[in-house]
Design a protein around this ligand. Sequence first.
Ligand code: AHR
Length: 548
Amino acid sequence: MAFIVNEQSTLVPQLHCYSKIRDRILPCFLLLLALIVPALAADKVEISVDATKTGATINRNLFGQFAEHLGHGIYDGIWVGPDSKIPNTRGIRNDVVAALKAIKVPNVRWPGGCFADGYHWRDGIGPHRTVRLNPDWGGVIEPNTFGTHEFMDFIDQIGSHAYVSVNLGSGTVHEAADWLEYMTAGQATTLAKERATNGHSAPYKVAMLGLGNESWDCGGNMSPDYYTSLMKDYSHFVRNYNPAQQAAPGQENKEEMMKIAVGPGGDEPRFVDWTETVMKAYQNHSWSWDINGLSMHNYTVDWQHKYASTGFGETEYAQVLKSTLEMDGLFNKYSAIMDKYDPQKKVALIVDEWGSWYAPLPGSNPGFLVQQNSLRDAVLAALNLNIFARHADRVRGANIAQMINVLQAMILTDKEKMVLTPTYYVFKMYVPFQDATFVPVTFDAGTYKHDDVSLPRVDAIAAKDASGKIWLEVTNIDPNEPAEIDLNVAGLNAKSANGQTLTAPKVDSINTFDAPKTVVPKPISGKIQDGKLALSVEPKSVTVVSVE
Ligand code: AHR
Protein backbone atom coordinates (compact mmCIF):
# COMPACT_ATOMS: atom_id res chain seq x y z
CA MET A 1 0.00 0.00 0.00
CA ALA A 2 1.25 3.44 -0.86
CA PHE A 3 -0.01 6.92 0.00
CA ILE A 4 -0.58 9.63 -2.54
CA VAL A 5 -1.32 13.30 -1.86
CA ASN A 6 -4.40 14.60 -3.62
CA GLU A 7 -5.26 18.22 -4.49
CA GLN A 8 -6.59 18.97 -1.01
CA SER A 9 -3.33 17.66 0.47
CA THR A 10 -5.05 14.80 2.25
CA LEU A 11 -3.51 11.40 2.27
CA VAL A 12 -5.40 8.89 0.20
CA PRO A 13 -4.48 5.21 0.41
CA GLN A 14 -3.88 3.35 -2.84
CA LEU A 15 -5.28 -0.03 -1.90
CA HIS A 16 -4.99 -3.05 -4.10
CA CYS A 17 -7.95 -5.21 -3.14
CA TYR A 18 -8.34 -8.02 -5.57
CA SER A 19 -11.87 -9.38 -5.47
CA LYS A 20 -10.68 -12.83 -6.52
CA ILE A 21 -8.54 -13.26 -3.44
CA ARG A 22 -11.23 -13.87 -0.85
CA ASP A 23 -8.93 -14.15 2.13
CA ARG A 24 -7.61 -10.69 1.44
CA ILE A 25 -11.02 -9.01 1.48
CA LEU A 26 -11.47 -8.85 5.22
CA PRO A 27 -8.01 -7.47 6.02
CA CYS A 28 -8.42 -4.99 3.18
CA PHE A 29 -11.80 -3.85 4.52
CA LEU A 30 -10.47 -3.48 8.05
CA LEU A 31 -7.51 -1.53 6.79
CA LEU A 32 -9.79 0.77 4.81
CA LEU A 33 -11.99 1.31 7.87
CA ALA A 34 -8.97 2.07 10.01
CA LEU A 35 -7.92 4.73 7.54
CA ILE A 36 -11.34 6.25 6.93
CA VAL A 37 -12.40 6.66 10.55
CA PRO A 38 -9.49 8.91 11.57
CA ALA A 39 -9.86 10.80 8.30
CA LEU A 40 -13.50 11.60 9.16
CA ALA A 41 -12.49 12.57 12.66
CA ALA A 42 -9.91 14.93 11.19
CA ASP A 43 -12.74 16.65 9.34
CA LYS A 44 -14.26 17.69 12.65
CA VAL A 45 -14.29 21.38 13.40
CA GLU A 46 -13.17 22.30 16.91
CA ILE A 47 -14.83 25.55 17.97
CA SER A 48 -13.61 27.15 21.17
CA VAL A 49 -15.65 29.93 22.70
CA ASP A 50 -14.03 31.91 25.49
CA ALA A 51 -16.97 33.06 27.60
CA THR A 52 -14.61 34.63 30.12
CA LYS A 53 -13.58 37.28 27.59
CA THR A 54 -15.92 39.76 25.96
CA GLY A 55 -15.55 42.33 23.18
CA ALA A 56 -17.69 45.10 21.76
CA THR A 57 -21.47 45.25 21.82
CA ILE A 58 -23.06 43.91 18.64
CA ASN A 59 -25.19 47.00 18.15
CA ARG A 60 -28.81 46.18 17.39
CA ASN A 61 -28.68 48.80 14.63
CA LEU A 62 -26.56 46.32 12.62
CA PHE A 63 -29.87 44.59 11.85
CA GLY A 64 -31.47 47.70 10.33
CA GLN A 65 -33.62 47.78 7.22
CA PHE A 66 -33.88 50.07 4.21
CA ALA A 67 -37.15 51.06 2.51
CA GLU A 68 -36.91 53.30 -0.55
CA HIS A 69 -39.60 54.63 -2.85
CA LEU A 70 -38.51 52.12 -5.47
CA GLY A 71 -40.63 49.57 -7.32
CA HIS A 72 -42.95 47.83 -4.86
CA GLY A 73 -40.81 48.51 -1.81
CA ILE A 74 -43.30 51.00 -0.34
CA TYR A 75 -46.44 50.85 -2.47
CA ASP A 76 -47.94 47.32 -2.28
CA GLY A 77 -45.09 46.20 0.01
CA ILE A 78 -46.06 48.39 2.99
CA TRP A 79 -48.78 50.73 1.84
CA VAL A 80 -52.03 49.46 0.36
CA GLY A 81 -54.23 52.32 1.51
CA PRO A 82 -57.06 52.26 4.08
CA ASP A 83 -59.66 51.22 1.48
CA SER A 84 -57.78 48.13 0.36
CA LYS A 85 -59.27 44.64 0.77
CA ILE A 86 -55.86 43.57 2.05
CA PRO A 87 -56.11 43.69 5.86
CA ASN A 88 -54.45 46.91 6.96
CA THR A 89 -54.21 49.42 9.76
CA ARG A 90 -54.51 52.98 8.48
CA GLY A 91 -53.33 51.79 5.05
CA ILE A 92 -50.36 49.74 6.26
CA ARG A 93 -50.60 46.00 5.61
CA ASN A 94 -51.04 43.91 8.75
CA ASP A 95 -49.25 40.78 7.48
CA VAL A 96 -46.08 42.75 6.76
CA VAL A 97 -46.22 44.52 10.13
CA ALA A 98 -46.59 41.21 12.00
CA ALA A 99 -43.66 39.65 10.11
CA LEU A 100 -41.39 42.65 10.74
CA LYS A 101 -42.29 42.85 14.43
CA ALA A 102 -41.02 39.30 14.82
CA ILE A 103 -37.52 40.23 13.63
CA LYS A 104 -37.29 43.25 15.93
CA VAL A 105 -36.26 45.75 13.25
CA PRO A 106 -34.12 48.33 15.10
CA ASN A 107 -34.42 51.08 12.49
CA VAL A 108 -35.71 51.69 8.97
CA ARG A 109 -33.87 54.00 6.58
CA TRP A 110 -36.27 56.07 4.42
CA PRO A 111 -37.14 57.59 1.87
CA GLY A 112 -34.02 56.54 -0.10
CA GLY A 113 -31.41 55.91 -1.57
CA CYS A 114 -31.13 57.96 -4.70
CA PHE A 115 -34.80 58.85 -4.23
CA ALA A 116 -33.97 60.83 -1.06
CA ASP A 117 -31.96 63.45 -2.95
CA GLY A 118 -34.98 64.24 -5.14
CA TYR A 119 -37.54 64.06 -2.32
CA HIS A 120 -39.39 67.12 -1.11
CA TRP A 121 -41.14 66.37 2.15
CA ARG A 122 -44.00 68.81 1.65
CA ASP A 123 -45.17 66.67 -1.29
CA GLY A 124 -46.02 63.93 1.22
CA ILE A 125 -47.98 65.67 4.00
CA GLY A 126 -51.51 66.95 4.40
CA PRO A 127 -54.74 66.13 2.62
CA HIS A 128 -53.51 67.05 -0.88
CA ARG A 129 -50.42 65.19 -2.01
CA THR A 130 -48.26 66.27 -4.91
CA VAL A 131 -48.09 63.64 -7.62
CA ARG A 132 -44.65 63.45 -9.18
CA LEU A 133 -42.48 61.08 -11.19
CA ASN A 134 -39.77 58.80 -9.86
CA PRO A 135 -37.02 59.33 -12.44
CA ASP A 136 -34.46 57.21 -10.61
CA TRP A 137 -36.58 54.09 -10.51
CA GLY A 138 -38.53 53.32 -13.64
CA GLY A 139 -39.91 56.82 -14.29
CA VAL A 140 -43.24 55.79 -12.75
CA ILE A 141 -45.80 57.96 -10.95
CA GLU A 142 -44.94 58.78 -7.32
CA PRO A 143 -48.27 59.60 -5.66
CA ASN A 144 -46.68 60.66 -2.35
CA THR A 145 -49.56 59.02 -0.47
CA PHE A 146 -46.91 57.46 1.76
CA GLY A 147 -45.19 60.43 3.37
CA THR A 148 -43.86 61.49 6.78
CA HIS A 149 -46.94 60.60 8.84
CA GLU A 150 -47.44 57.24 7.13
CA PHE A 151 -43.76 56.36 7.59
CA MET A 152 -43.84 57.28 11.27
CA ASP A 153 -47.07 55.29 11.74
CA PHE A 154 -45.39 52.30 10.08
CA ILE A 155 -42.31 52.66 12.32
CA ASP A 156 -44.58 52.79 15.34
CA GLN A 157 -46.59 49.75 14.24
CA ILE A 158 -43.47 47.59 13.81
CA GLY A 159 -41.84 48.95 17.00
CA SER A 160 -38.81 50.41 15.26
CA HIS A 161 -36.94 53.73 14.95
CA ALA A 162 -36.76 56.24 12.14
CA TYR A 163 -33.61 56.72 10.09
CA VAL A 164 -34.50 59.65 7.82
CA SER A 165 -32.26 60.69 4.91
CA VAL A 166 -32.51 64.36 4.05
CA ASN A 167 -32.13 65.83 0.59
CA LEU A 168 -28.69 67.38 0.03
CA GLY A 169 -28.74 66.88 -3.73
CA SER A 170 -31.71 68.91 -4.97
CA GLY A 171 -33.03 70.36 -1.73
CA THR A 172 -31.83 73.14 0.53
CA VAL A 173 -30.62 73.37 4.10
CA HIS A 174 -33.72 75.46 4.81
CA GLU A 175 -36.05 72.74 3.49
CA ALA A 176 -34.35 69.99 5.53
CA ALA A 177 -34.26 72.16 8.68
CA ASP A 178 -38.00 72.78 8.32
CA TRP A 179 -38.68 69.07 7.88
CA LEU A 180 -36.88 68.25 11.12
CA GLU A 181 -38.70 71.05 12.93
CA TYR A 182 -42.01 69.79 11.52
CA MET A 183 -41.28 66.27 12.75
CA THR A 184 -39.65 66.95 16.10
CA ALA A 185 -40.63 70.32 17.58
CA GLY A 186 -42.44 70.03 20.92
CA GLN A 187 -43.23 73.71 21.27
CA ALA A 188 -46.09 75.36 19.41
CA THR A 189 -44.20 76.57 16.34
CA THR A 190 -46.10 77.09 13.11
CA LEU A 191 -44.60 73.86 11.72
CA ALA A 192 -45.43 71.88 14.88
CA LYS A 193 -49.02 73.18 14.68
CA GLU A 194 -49.20 72.12 11.05
CA ARG A 195 -48.06 68.63 12.11
CA ALA A 196 -50.83 68.59 14.73
CA THR A 197 -53.39 69.69 12.14
CA ASN A 198 -52.22 66.80 10.00
CA GLY A 199 -52.96 64.37 12.81
CA HIS A 200 -49.95 64.15 15.14
CA SER A 201 -49.65 66.64 17.96
CA ALA A 202 -46.83 64.87 19.80
CA PRO A 203 -43.37 65.33 18.32
CA TYR A 204 -41.94 62.39 16.43
CA LYS A 205 -38.56 60.91 17.25
CA VAL A 206 -35.90 60.76 14.55
CA ALA A 207 -33.18 58.42 15.79
CA MET A 208 -30.83 58.73 12.83
CA LEU A 209 -30.37 61.41 10.20
CA GLY A 210 -28.65 60.72 6.88
CA LEU A 211 -26.87 63.81 5.55
CA GLY A 212 -27.35 62.94 1.88
CA ASN A 213 -26.98 59.67 0.00
CA GLU A 214 -24.16 58.67 -2.34
CA SER A 215 -23.38 62.36 -2.84
CA TRP A 216 -20.47 61.24 -5.03
CA ASP A 217 -22.97 59.92 -7.64
CA CYS A 218 -26.79 59.97 -7.71
CA GLY A 219 -26.86 62.32 -4.69
CA GLY A 220 -25.30 65.20 -6.63
CA ASN A 221 -21.96 64.15 -8.11
CA MET A 222 -20.10 66.25 -5.58
CA SER A 223 -16.39 66.45 -4.94
CA PRO A 224 -15.30 65.45 -1.43
CA ASP A 225 -14.57 69.09 -0.51
CA TYR A 226 -17.86 70.41 -1.85
CA TYR A 227 -19.80 67.69 -0.03
CA THR A 228 -17.95 68.25 3.21
CA SER A 229 -18.71 71.96 3.36
CA LEU A 230 -22.37 71.40 2.46
CA MET A 231 -22.65 68.57 4.98
CA LYS A 232 -21.33 70.89 7.74
CA ASP A 233 -24.19 73.32 7.02
CA TYR A 234 -26.76 70.54 7.22
CA SER A 235 -25.17 69.19 10.39
CA HIS A 236 -25.49 72.59 12.06
CA PHE A 237 -28.88 73.80 10.86
CA VAL A 238 -30.92 70.60 10.56
CA ARG A 239 -31.82 70.22 14.21
CA ASN A 240 -33.83 67.72 16.17
CA TYR A 241 -36.02 69.54 18.71
CA ASN A 242 -37.72 66.57 20.35
CA PRO A 243 -37.39 67.18 24.12
CA ALA A 244 -36.85 63.45 24.73
CA GLN A 245 -33.84 63.47 22.42
CA GLN A 246 -31.90 66.33 24.01
CA ALA A 247 -28.81 65.82 26.14
CA ALA A 248 -28.21 67.95 29.22
CA PRO A 249 -24.91 69.87 29.01
CA GLY A 250 -21.98 67.53 29.64
CA GLN A 251 -24.24 64.49 29.68
CA GLU A 252 -25.18 61.83 27.19
CA ASN A 253 -28.67 60.89 26.13
CA LYS A 254 -28.91 57.52 24.39
CA GLU A 255 -31.85 58.86 22.41
CA GLU A 256 -29.89 61.76 20.92
CA MET A 257 -30.16 61.77 17.11
CA MET A 258 -27.17 60.35 15.22
CA LYS A 259 -26.02 62.39 12.22
CA ILE A 260 -24.54 60.24 9.47
CA ALA A 261 -22.37 61.69 6.73
CA VAL A 262 -21.92 60.10 3.31
CA GLY A 263 -18.87 57.87 3.17
CA PRO A 264 -17.36 55.39 0.71
CA GLY A 265 -19.24 53.20 -1.75
CA GLY A 266 -17.18 50.08 -2.31
CA ASP A 267 -13.55 49.71 -3.22
CA GLU A 268 -12.95 52.35 -5.92
CA PRO A 269 -9.77 54.40 -5.34
CA ARG A 270 -11.74 57.70 -5.23
CA PHE A 271 -13.36 56.65 -1.97
CA VAL A 272 -10.06 56.79 -0.10
CA ASP A 273 -9.87 60.52 -0.80
CA TRP A 274 -13.56 60.93 0.07
CA THR A 275 -13.18 59.16 3.42
CA GLU A 276 -9.98 61.06 4.21
CA THR A 277 -11.65 64.42 3.45
CA VAL A 278 -14.74 63.83 5.59
CA MET A 279 -12.81 62.31 8.49
CA LYS A 280 -10.11 64.99 8.43
CA ALA A 281 -12.83 67.65 8.63
CA TYR A 282 -14.38 65.73 11.53
CA GLN A 283 -11.07 65.71 13.38
CA ASN A 284 -11.00 69.49 13.22
CA HIS A 285 -14.70 70.06 13.75
CA SER A 286 -15.87 72.94 15.94
CA TRP A 287 -18.76 73.09 18.42
CA SER A 288 -21.13 74.12 15.64
CA TRP A 289 -21.24 70.85 13.74
CA ASP A 290 -20.67 67.19 14.36
CA ILE A 291 -21.23 63.76 12.92
CA ASN A 292 -21.75 60.48 14.74
CA GLY A 293 -21.57 58.15 11.78
CA LEU A 294 -20.04 57.69 8.35
CA SER A 295 -22.06 55.69 5.88
CA MET A 296 -20.62 52.97 3.67
CA HIS A 297 -22.40 51.24 0.79
CA ASN A 298 -21.28 47.90 -0.54
CA TYR A 299 -23.36 45.51 -2.60
CA THR A 300 -22.49 41.94 -3.56
CA VAL A 301 -22.77 42.51 -7.29
CA ASP A 302 -20.97 42.09 -10.56
CA TRP A 303 -22.03 45.26 -12.41
CA GLN A 304 -20.79 43.91 -15.78
CA HIS A 305 -22.56 40.60 -15.59
CA LYS A 306 -25.27 40.46 -12.95
CA TYR A 307 -25.84 37.00 -11.52
CA ALA A 308 -29.27 35.37 -11.73
CA SER A 309 -31.15 35.13 -8.44
CA THR A 310 -32.60 31.69 -9.25
CA GLY A 311 -31.70 28.71 -11.41
CA PHE A 312 -27.97 28.72 -10.66
CA GLY A 313 -25.57 26.04 -9.49
CA GLU A 314 -22.56 25.53 -7.26
CA THR A 315 -20.27 27.66 -9.44
CA GLU A 316 -22.37 30.82 -8.99
CA TYR A 317 -22.95 29.93 -5.33
CA ALA A 318 -19.21 29.86 -4.69
CA GLN A 319 -18.46 32.98 -6.79
CA VAL A 320 -21.11 35.14 -5.10
CA LEU A 321 -20.05 34.09 -1.60
CA LYS A 322 -16.41 34.79 -2.42
CA SER A 323 -17.39 38.27 -3.52
CA THR A 324 -19.49 38.95 -0.41
CA LEU A 325 -16.52 38.17 1.85
CA GLU A 326 -14.79 41.27 0.43
CA MET A 327 -16.80 43.27 2.98
CA ASP A 328 -14.15 42.38 5.57
CA GLY A 329 -11.32 43.97 3.54
CA LEU A 330 -13.36 47.16 3.09
CA PHE A 331 -13.82 47.46 6.83
CA ASN A 332 -10.10 47.05 7.37
CA LYS A 333 -9.37 49.68 4.74
CA TYR A 334 -11.87 52.33 5.85
CA SER A 335 -11.51 51.66 9.59
CA ALA A 336 -7.77 52.33 9.23
CA ILE A 337 -8.52 55.75 7.71
CA MET A 338 -11.12 56.50 10.38
CA ASP A 339 -8.70 55.41 13.13
CA LYS A 340 -6.21 58.05 11.93
CA TYR A 341 -8.66 60.89 12.55
CA ASP A 342 -10.85 59.33 15.21
CA PRO A 343 -8.77 56.92 17.29
CA GLN A 344 -11.45 56.84 19.99
CA LYS A 345 -13.91 55.44 17.45
CA LYS A 346 -16.55 58.06 18.21
CA VAL A 347 -17.77 58.00 14.61
CA ALA A 348 -19.55 54.76 13.76
CA LEU A 349 -19.19 53.15 10.35
CA ILE A 350 -22.77 52.55 9.21
CA VAL A 351 -23.19 50.18 6.25
CA ASP A 352 -26.55 51.64 5.34
CA GLU A 353 -26.80 49.76 2.04
CA TRP A 354 -25.60 46.19 1.64
CA GLY A 355 -26.79 42.88 0.23
CA SER A 356 -27.00 40.97 -3.03
CA TRP A 357 -27.85 42.78 -6.25
CA TYR A 358 -28.77 40.36 -9.02
CA ALA A 359 -30.25 40.63 -12.51
CA PRO A 360 -33.90 41.75 -12.50
CA LEU A 361 -36.36 38.84 -12.71
CA PRO A 362 -37.45 38.28 -16.32
CA GLY A 363 -40.66 40.17 -17.07
CA SER A 364 -40.20 42.65 -14.23
CA ASN A 365 -39.60 46.39 -14.68
CA PRO A 366 -35.76 46.62 -14.62
CA GLY A 367 -36.07 49.88 -12.68
CA PHE A 368 -37.85 48.03 -9.85
CA LEU A 369 -34.86 45.84 -8.90
CA VAL A 370 -36.97 42.72 -8.39
CA GLN A 371 -35.03 39.55 -7.57
CA GLN A 372 -35.67 36.23 -5.86
CA ASN A 373 -34.03 35.29 -2.60
CA SER A 374 -32.49 31.85 -2.21
CA LEU A 375 -30.61 29.77 0.33
CA ARG A 376 -27.46 31.40 -1.10
CA ASP A 377 -28.78 34.74 0.18
CA ALA A 378 -29.29 33.27 3.63
CA VAL A 379 -25.66 32.14 3.75
CA LEU A 380 -24.57 35.50 2.30
CA ALA A 381 -26.53 37.38 4.97
CA ALA A 382 -25.04 35.29 7.77
CA LEU A 383 -21.49 35.83 6.49
CA ASN A 384 -22.01 39.59 6.38
CA LEU A 385 -23.65 39.77 9.80
CA ASN A 386 -20.69 37.84 11.19
CA ILE A 387 -18.23 40.25 9.57
CA PHE A 388 -20.18 43.17 11.09
CA ALA A 389 -20.04 41.50 14.51
CA ARG A 390 -16.27 41.00 14.26
CA HIS A 391 -15.88 44.74 13.53
CA ALA A 392 -18.49 45.79 16.09
CA ASP A 393 -16.19 48.28 17.78
CA ARG A 394 -16.35 50.52 14.69
CA VAL A 395 -19.23 49.10 12.64
CA ARG A 396 -22.29 49.99 14.66
CA GLY A 397 -25.08 50.12 12.11
CA ALA A 398 -26.14 48.49 8.84
CA ASN A 399 -29.23 48.50 6.65
CA ILE A 400 -29.83 45.63 4.27
CA ALA A 401 -31.14 46.69 0.86
CA GLN A 402 -34.02 46.48 0.83
CA MET A 403 -36.76 45.42 3.22
CA ILE A 404 -39.62 44.43 0.89
CA ASN A 405 -39.81 43.45 -2.82
CA VAL A 406 -36.50 45.13 -3.75
CA LEU A 407 -33.02 43.53 -4.02
CA GLN A 408 -32.21 41.21 -1.05
CA ALA A 409 -35.60 41.52 0.56
CA MET A 410 -36.98 40.05 3.79
CA ILE A 411 -40.47 39.87 2.35
CA LEU A 412 -42.00 39.47 -1.10
CA THR A 413 -45.60 40.45 -1.77
CA ASP A 414 -47.99 40.10 -4.68
CA LYS A 415 -51.31 41.79 -4.03
CA GLU A 416 -52.76 39.97 -1.00
CA LYS A 417 -50.02 37.29 -0.98
CA MET A 418 -46.88 37.51 1.13
CA VAL A 419 -43.89 35.20 1.47
CA LEU A 420 -40.94 35.35 3.87
CA THR A 421 -37.54 34.88 2.26
CA PRO A 422 -34.55 32.83 3.46
CA THR A 423 -32.89 36.15 4.40
CA TYR A 424 -35.85 36.98 6.62
CA TYR A 425 -35.28 33.78 8.58
CA VAL A 426 -31.60 34.60 9.09
CA PHE A 427 -32.56 37.97 10.57
CA LYS A 428 -35.06 36.18 12.81
CA MET A 429 -32.51 33.64 13.98
CA TYR A 430 -30.00 36.42 14.76
CA VAL A 431 -32.37 38.36 17.06
CA PRO A 432 -30.49 37.12 20.18
CA PHE A 433 -27.34 38.82 18.85
CA GLN A 434 -28.97 42.26 18.96
CA ASP A 435 -27.09 44.26 21.60
CA ALA A 436 -25.35 41.10 22.84
CA THR A 437 -21.65 41.27 23.70
CA PHE A 438 -19.17 39.77 21.28
CA VAL A 439 -17.36 36.73 22.66
CA PRO A 440 -14.16 35.53 20.96
CA VAL A 441 -14.33 32.26 19.03
CA THR A 442 -11.42 30.27 17.63
CA PHE A 443 -11.72 27.57 15.03
CA ASP A 444 -9.90 26.22 12.03
CA ALA A 445 -12.22 27.26 9.20
CA GLY A 446 -10.78 24.72 6.77
CA THR A 447 -11.28 25.15 3.03
CA TYR A 448 -14.14 24.55 0.64
CA LYS A 449 -13.03 24.53 -2.99
CA HIS A 450 -15.09 24.66 -6.15
CA ASP A 451 -13.52 25.24 -9.57
CA ASP A 452 -11.00 28.00 -8.93
CA VAL A 453 -12.82 29.42 -5.90
CA SER A 454 -11.53 28.69 -2.41
CA LEU A 455 -13.60 29.71 0.60
CA PRO A 456 -13.51 29.02 4.30
CA ARG A 457 -15.53 25.89 4.91
CA VAL A 458 -17.20 27.22 8.04
CA ASP A 459 -17.70 30.52 9.78
CA ALA A 460 -18.80 31.20 13.36
CA ILE A 461 -19.44 33.96 15.89
CA ALA A 462 -20.49 33.89 19.53
CA ALA A 463 -22.02 36.42 21.90
CA LYS A 464 -23.30 36.77 25.45
CA ASP A 465 -26.77 38.26 25.88
CA ALA A 466 -28.00 40.49 28.72
CA SER A 467 -29.01 37.45 30.79
CA GLY A 468 -25.53 35.93 30.44
CA LYS A 469 -26.63 33.25 27.96
CA ILE A 470 -24.07 32.27 25.30
CA TRP A 471 -25.20 32.22 21.67
CA LEU A 472 -23.27 30.57 18.86
CA GLU A 473 -23.77 30.95 15.13
CA VAL A 474 -22.19 28.48 12.70
CA THR A 475 -22.40 28.85 8.94
CA ASN A 476 -21.46 25.79 6.93
CA ILE A 477 -20.54 27.24 3.55
CA ASP A 478 -19.69 23.85 2.04
CA PRO A 479 -22.76 22.84 -0.01
CA ASN A 480 -21.80 19.17 -0.09
CA GLU A 481 -20.44 18.11 3.29
CA PRO A 482 -21.89 18.44 6.77
CA ALA A 483 -19.67 19.93 9.45
CA GLU A 484 -19.21 18.00 12.66
CA ILE A 485 -18.55 20.56 15.36
CA ASP A 486 -16.87 19.85 18.68
CA LEU A 487 -17.70 22.73 20.94
CA ASN A 488 -15.65 23.83 23.87
CA VAL A 489 -16.78 26.80 25.95
CA ALA A 490 -14.19 28.09 28.40
CA GLY A 491 -15.83 29.38 31.55
CA LEU A 492 -18.95 27.23 31.05
CA ASN A 493 -19.55 23.54 31.64
CA ALA A 494 -21.63 23.32 28.48
CA LYS A 495 -24.12 20.49 28.44
CA SER A 496 -26.57 21.45 25.74
CA ALA A 497 -26.86 23.49 22.58
CA ASN A 498 -30.35 24.14 21.26
CA GLY A 499 -31.60 26.37 18.53
CA GLN A 500 -32.48 26.50 14.86
CA THR A 501 -30.84 25.64 11.59
CA LEU A 502 -31.70 26.87 8.11
CA THR A 503 -30.95 24.85 5.00
CA ALA A 504 -32.73 23.50 1.94
CA PRO A 505 -32.29 20.85 -0.75
CA LYS A 506 -30.39 23.09 -3.21
CA VAL A 507 -28.18 26.16 -3.16
CA ASP A 508 -30.82 27.98 -5.20
CA SER A 509 -33.84 26.76 -3.22
CA ILE A 510 -36.36 29.57 -2.73
CA ASN A 511 -39.66 30.22 -1.01
CA THR A 512 -42.55 31.09 -3.31
CA PHE A 513 -46.17 32.14 -2.73
CA ASP A 514 -47.21 28.58 -3.62
CA ALA A 515 -44.39 26.83 -1.73
CA PRO A 516 -43.47 29.18 1.12
CA LYS A 517 -41.80 26.58 3.36
CA THR A 518 -38.92 25.27 1.25
CA VAL A 519 -36.34 27.29 3.18
CA VAL A 520 -37.48 27.59 6.78
CA PRO A 521 -35.59 27.01 10.03
CA LYS A 522 -35.93 23.73 11.90
CA PRO A 523 -34.85 22.78 15.42
CA ILE A 524 -31.32 21.55 16.07
CA SER A 525 -29.62 20.23 19.21
CA GLY A 526 -26.09 19.39 20.18
CA LYS A 527 -25.27 16.22 22.13
CA ILE A 528 -22.65 15.29 24.65
CA GLN A 529 -20.37 12.75 22.95
CA ASP A 530 -17.17 11.45 24.53
CA GLY A 531 -17.43 14.21 27.12
CA LYS A 532 -17.64 16.91 24.44
CA LEU A 533 -20.57 18.94 23.14
CA ALA A 534 -21.03 17.83 19.54
CA LEU A 535 -23.15 19.62 16.96
CA SER A 536 -23.65 18.37 13.43
CA VAL A 537 -24.61 21.05 10.91
CA GLU A 538 -25.87 20.28 7.43
CA PRO A 539 -24.19 21.39 4.22
CA LYS A 540 -25.00 25.01 3.12
CA SER A 541 -26.64 25.92 6.39
CA VAL A 542 -26.96 28.72 8.92
CA THR A 543 -27.33 27.62 12.56
CA VAL A 544 -27.92 29.59 15.75
CA VAL A 545 -27.91 27.82 19.13
CA SER A 546 -27.86 28.86 22.74
CA VAL A 547 -25.26 26.99 24.76
CA GLU A 548 -26.01 26.09 28.36
O1 AHR B 1 -30.68 50.38 -3.21
C1 AHR B 1 -30.76 50.83 -4.51
C2 AHR B 1 -29.88 52.04 -4.78
O2 AHR B 1 -28.54 51.67 -4.66
C3 AHR B 1 -30.01 53.21 -3.84
O3 AHR B 1 -31.06 54.05 -4.17
C4 AHR B 1 -28.71 53.92 -4.02
O4 AHR B 1 -28.32 54.64 -2.88
C5 AHR B 1 -27.74 52.80 -4.36
O5 AHR B 1 -26.97 53.10 -5.44
